[in-house]
Design a protein. Structure first.
Length: 460
């Protein structure tokens, strides 16, 4: 019989001596995994983590938002031929890209046919004028003849009365009375004829007056057609396109050329709706009517646009003004168009290296709202999932939830959760454990950059 068989109790104890230490070790490892020691704390003492901090400032904030758009001219003029004919005169600089002043005669259409038409209508007017003069003379003559006939009628009546007296006295015969009566009737008929002529004269004059008015209208149309043979630039403009050449036949209704105004350029900058509303002061737009908004939109909105052209190392800027707001929201991008106008975009001052703000340039539009004084701001990069790392008076980390009023580029404007004068961590801190000991170092440059960006004096 073996020793194991003879002493079963000893065998069990040997197994326990092996298994129990193993179980204790496993339990120790599991506890350490579930309950790791805090970084920076050891038996030798707590180690502070180095971090960069700033003291939270209270400063002026200029709300800003960026949009982008393409430059378009304020006015696009299409010169459409209103009369037809051969182009007989063509300005030597009438080419795409040329800048020409207001009043420049760009081209002429052959006016010969229109001059003849004008002379023909003028002749018609002269004929009608002569007819009116003849009518007036005829009226005067008829009235004179009527006066004479009235006098002759009076004589005839007296003669008839005399003859009747003689007949009653048996001095004259009845035939003499009949003769005088016939003479009286002739005079009355003559007077009636002249009166009828006079009665018809106003109708005839009215007819001639209508013909004269019609002829004068045709004269006006003929003169306008003659004027339309000359194509003149209505404002200072840059020629965009020319569709006709000298000696070509221009049809009525044909677009001869297209010109763009150079006194105003416009950009329709597309802004996200939420960014647009961040720029507005609710107190200023409350109760504003549509009629007021149309006339004073720039003053009501209080927005100042800055237009930038970035082309490699070249950065050119222009001051603009808000002209109007687009009539609809883009349903796909959820953006709204703000139409910004730039006055005199082609003006170049002495020493100014910027190019003209020309059509189809793709530019950046920065819209600035009114200054908001005394706002609490922190770097947006200092926020981690809506929380900020605050350094307490004893240099301990306090993780705090904050509520934003608005976010502008690298600046977060705080509504609640942090007060001006508190210290916050702006550098990376991994892992971040509430209550851990910190070794803070103030970053004055970061604080200055934050204040400058909040005030709109630094990059956006």
């Amino acid at each position: 019989m073996s020793e194991t068989q003879s002493n079963p109790g000893k065998s069990i104890w040997k197994r326990l001596l092996i298994i129990v230490p193993i179980l204790i070790g496993v339990a120790f490892v599991a506890y350490n995994v579930r309950n790791p020691a805090e970084p920076g704390r050891s038996g030798a003492g707590e180690v502070a983590r180095k971090v960069r901090i700033i003291t939270v400032p209270r400063t002026d904030v200029v709300p800003r938002a960026l949009g982008f758009g393409t430059v378009t001219p304020g006015t696009v003029w299409e010169a459409v031929a209103e009369v037809q004919g051969k182009v007989i005169e063509f300005h030597s600089q009438l080419k795409s890209g040329a800048i020409l002043p207001k009043g420049t005669i760009l081209l002429r259409i052959d006016p010969a046919d229109y001059r003849l038409a004008l002379r023909s209508v003028e002749a018609d007017v002269a004929v009608i004028g002569a007819q009116l003069a003849e009518l007036a003379g005829r009226g005067a003559n008829t009235r004179a003849s009527l006066a004479i006939e009235n006098r002759l009628l009076a004589i005839a009546r007296r003669e008839l009365d005399r003859k009747r007296q003689l007949v009653r006295s048996r001095v004259a015969s009845a035939a003499a009375v009949d003769t005088e009566e016939r003479n009286l009737l002739v005079r009355q008929q003559s007077i009636q004829t002249l009166a009828n002529v006079l009665n018809l004269l106003p109708v005839e004059k009215q007819k001639l007056d209508a013909q004269l008015a019609s002829a004068r209208i045709r004269i006006a149309n003929a003169r306008r057609d003659l004027e339309r043979t000359i194509i003149t630039l209505p404002f200072d403009a840059r020629i965009a396109k020319v569709n006709v050449e000298k000696a070509q036949f221009a049809k009525s209704g044909q677009t001869l050329l297209i010109a763009d105004s150079i006194n105003i350029s416009e950009i329709s900058a597309q802004l996200p709706i939420d960014k647009m509303f961040q720029l507005l002061d609710p107190a200023r737009i409350a109760g504003v009517t549509a009629k007021q908004a149309m006339g004073e939109i720039e003053n009501i909105l209080g927005l100042t646009p800055i237009i930038r052209l970035k082309a490699g190392a070249l950065v050119s800027t222009w001051q603009g003004r808000v002209a109007r707001i687009a009539d609809r929201i883009d349903p796909r991008t959820r953006t709204i168009g703000v139409i910004v106008a730039v006055d005199n975009p082609y003006a170049i001052a002495a020493g100014d290296a910027r190019p003209p703000l020309a059509k189809n340039m793709y530019v950046e539009v920065e819209l600035r709202g009114r200054v908001r004084a005394g706002e609490t701001v922190i770097p947006r990069s200092a926020l981690r999932d809506g929380k900020a790392f605050v350094v307490t008076a004893d240099n301990r980390l306090q993780i705090r939830s904050v509520k934003l009023r608005l976010s502008l580029g690298g600046v977060a404007v705080i509504e609640s959760g942090i007060k001006a004068g508190e210290r916050i961590v702006i550098s990376d801190l991994i892992p971040a454990i509430d209550g851990m000991l910190l070794d803070p170092a103030a970053d004055a440059g970061a604080r200055a950059r934050l204040i400058a960006e909040a005030a709109g004096k630094a990059g956006f």
